[in-house]
Design a protein around this ligand. Structure first.
Ligand SMILES: [Zn+2]
Length: 77
């Protein structure tokens, strides 16, 4: 018997894996994509969502301009 994983489930897993990879954000040098290793420099960060500062930590969501991967970064102030 063949078992197929529904595409919706696959997409959800991929999304979680990509967002589970957290990059360090620097306001001076930007952030390195955890998927392809390409650097996103300030001005070309591909930020899709910025969260407000939570204590000393701020999270951002990015879409890599090199490979298109979505990932999260953390800035510590
Ligand atoms: Zn990338």
């Amino acid at each position: 018997m063949e078992t197929r994983i529904p595409i919706d489930v696959v997409r959800e897993i991929v999304r979680r894996v990509q967002h589970a990879a957290v990059a360090d954000f620097s306001p001076r040098t930007g952030v390195v994509c955890p998927v392809c290793g390409g650097r996103l420099t300030p001005g070309r960060l591909g930020v899709t969502k910025s969260l407000p500062w939570c204590g000393r930590v701020r999270e951002r969501y990015h879409r890599c301009g090199h490979c298109g991967a979505r990932f999260k970064s953390v800035e510590e102030g």
